[in-house]
Design a protein around this ligand. Structure first.
Ligand SMILES: Cc1cc2nc3c(=O)[nH]c(=O)nc-3n(C[C@H](O)[C@H](O)[C@H](O)COP(=O)(O)OP(=O)(O)OC[C@H]3O[C@@H](n4cnc5c(N)ncnc54)[C@H](O)[C@@H]3O)c2cc1C
Ligand SMILES: *[C@@H]1O[C@H](CO)[C@@H](O)[C@H](O)[C@H]1NC(C)=O
Ligand SMILES: *[C@@H]1O[C@H](CO)[C@@H](O)[C@H](O)[C@H]1NC(C)=O
Ligand SMILES: *[C@@H]1O[C@H](CO)[C@@H](O)[C@H](O)[C@H]1NC(C)=O
Ligand SMILES: *[C@@H]1O[C@H](CO)[C@@H](O)[C@H](O)[C@H]1NC(C)=O
Length: 522
């Protein structure tokens, strides 16, 4: 209803205030402009019978698809970069903002819904997903609308000893995932996704298509981890591929509290970040159990020797080893490492079920948490079985990259990142689960980094702050509240880039980087 109101108001005012229309949305003119410039079958209006199907196609969480969710005016599904350019030009001219969606996995749904009532269009890149591998150069070009599963599959089918470091869930979109950093099981050996991006093609706020040379090094710096939705629409990425052995070794070992989970997790904090770079071992804590999930770029024999030397407390033996190709390891369930199908079925399946709503949060740990505190943490999980935390070790390659090299600042000295998740079925209210998470997160404040309490932009959390908009531009000060937690000292540099490339704040959402404008009292 609020959206309809705004619509009518925008239309009404634009008839009278012709001079200042730039900040007022003209939805009808926008739709007309799209239909002049883009083939009709690529544009879905709210009145289209397929609108809801296209909208929901990559929505992962039902809590962002309700009857009160602020939905887009239309969805554009480009099949070429020129369609993205046309959408941006129409949007600029008619004062209609665009949100861009690649895989739709944003934890707050910001790629397809607005928190405030506003008129906006969605550019959904799902049809722009070609992948070209250059085996000889060990590089690839991947379009933003590809999923990481499709990327892993295309690389390995070209050459099974090449791979790319990125996240664990095959349906993640390349566009949003790379925009925020990209952590995964190869990160201790090869870094984040953004540590391996060589070039990109982006549509800026003027509708121009730019590569690295044309956008310049500061703009190119910002898109490698500065968060999606702020610096333009990245259409395609050139990436450096990395090498993996013909066979890797995977294990999953569970320890209950009765079996000593508290001691083993306490010990893992020192071990996980300092193991050989070839070994990434994450931990899932849920209920009264910790599960140690590892991918090792090497053989079972050498893994058993490494574990016996560095982490005897886990009692890992050769019976725990599961040898497989690296590609097969990427098709395992990311929370259990259980097999859920063949790589073909799992990695190329873009559909996601709308089964569970979610709320996520994150923290970074630089000083090991005490054993006593871990006892308390396991007690929190007695109170709610539907919550979990994932601990992802840093160290290795990540810690050797300087804080200023990319916007991702959580580098040297970080032991691990904590991802908090609670789930609830679509049909029920999530209030209880979220209250539990809020209280648990408060409790954790004394055990994690402070000043700032660091957080990971790809685990987006609107509780830590939303932009305030003044004179139609998000303010630097309001963005600082959440921005310094995601980017630390890099926030200011991101805001300077934003002022240079998008001073009128065309590309924005509730947590986009605001422009740092001179002479403005933010
Ligand atoms: C099940 C699950 C597992 C996850 N696992 C991991 C993991 O292992 N490692 C990790 O690092 N993260 C992980 N994440 C977080 C994930 O990286 C982020 O949610 C990421 O932003 C998703 O990208 P997307 O394209 O799917 O999302 P979208 O919702 O499409 O986009 C996310 C944000 O980026 C913007 N954006 C999208 N495409 C573009 C583009 N082409 N150009 C500019 N901006 C764009 C959007 O507007 C939005 O603001 C996980 C998330 C989920 C839901
Ligand atoms: C939205 O759905 C809820 C139930 O999920 C219902 O109670 C409410 O009346 C609906 N609101 C509108 C505006 O349709
Ligand atoms: C695989 O690599 C070769 C050689 O670099 C290249 O010609 C081919 O197009 C690639 N295939 C794919 C699917 O990218
Ligand atoms: C694809 O994924 C969906 C959602 O998880 C699932 O329901 C479906 O069975 C999968 N299809 C195949 C072929 O695996
Ligand atoms: C735990 O969370 C679920 C929702 O996921 C909720 O139904 C349940 O009541 C919660 N239990 C407690 C004890 O908070």
């Amino acid at each position: 209803m609020a959206m309809l109101g705004r619509f009518a108001l925008g239309f009404f005012l634009s008839c009278y205030l012709m001079i200042s229309v730039s900040s007022l949305a003209s939805p009808d003119e926008f739709l007309q402009c799209l239909s002049d410039k883009i083939p009709g079958e690529l544009v879905y209006r709210q009145s289209s019978s397929s609108f809801a199907d296209v909208l929901v196609s990559s929505i992962r969480f039902p809590n962002f698809f309700t009857n009160t969710t602020v939905r887009p005016l239309c969805i554009v599904t480009p099949t070429a970069a020129c369609h993205v350019q046309a959408a941006v030009r129409c949007g600029r001219r008619q004062g209609v903002r665009l949100r861009v969606r690649s895989g739709g996995h944003d934890y707050e749904g910001l790629s397809y819904r607005s928190v405030r009532a506003e008129v906006f269009g969605v550019v959904d890149l799902a049809r722009l997903r070609s992948i070209t591998v250059d085996e000889h150069e060990s590089t690839a070009w991947v379009d933003s609308g590809a999923t990481v599963g499709e990327l892993y599959y295309a690389i390995a089918k070209n050459n099974s000893q090449l791979a790319f470091p990125a996240g664990e869930c095959p349906t993640l979109g390349v566009g949003g995932h790379f925009s925020g950093g990209g952590i995964g099981m190869l990160m201790r050996k090869y870094g984040l996704s953004v540590d391996n991006v060589l070039d990109a093609k982006l549509v800026n706020a003027e509708g121009e298509l730019l590569d690295r040379a044309a956008m310049g090094e500061e703009h190119f710096w910002a898109i490698r981890g500065g968060g999606g939705g702020s610096f333009g629409i990245v259409v395609s990425w050139k990436i450096r591929l990395v090498t993996v052995p013909p066979t890797v070794t995977v294990f999953s070992i569970a320890k209950t509290v009765d079996q000593g989970a508290v001691d083993v997790v306490t010990r893992w904090q020192a071990v996980g970040p300092s193991l050989p770079d070839e070994l990434t071992m994450r931990v899932k804590v849920q209920g009264q159990e910790a599960v140690f999930l590892a991918v090792y770029l090497g053989t079972c024999t050498s893994l058993v020797a490494t574990m016996g030397r560095d982490f005897p407390e886990l009692h890992m033996t050769s019976a725990d080893c599961r040898p497989m190709t690296y590609l097969e390891s990427t098709a395992l369930s990311f929370t259990t490492l259980a097999k859920t199908g063949t790589p073909e079925e799992v990695l190329l399946n873009r559909s996601s079920s709308l089964g569970f709503s979610v709320k996520g949060k994150s923290d970074y740990v630089r000083q090991p948490i005490s054993r006593d505190a871990w006892e308390d943490i396991f007690d929190w999980f007695k109170k709610n079985g539907s919550g979990l935390i994932m601990l992802e070790p840093h160290g290795g390659f990540i810690g050797r990259v300087s804080t200023a090299a990319t916007p991702y600042p959580h580098r040297r000295g970080v032991l691990y990142v904590i991802q908090y998740l609670v789930f609830w079925p679509a049909a029920i209210n999530g209030g209880t689960a979220q209250t539990w998470l809020d209280k648990f997160y408060d409790f954790m404040g004394r055990h994690v980094t402070t000043n700032p309490r660091e957080a990971y932009v790809n685990f987006r959390d609107l509780d830590i702050g939303k932009n305030t908009v003044v004179d139609d531009v998000s303010t630097f000060e309001s963005g600082k509240v959440w921005g310094e937690r995601y980017f630390m000292g890099n926030y200011r540099r991101l805001a300077r880039v934003k002022a240079a490339v998008d001073p009128t704040d065309y590309f924005r959402n509730e947590q986009s980087t605001p422009p740092l404008l001179h002479g403005r009292h933010n």
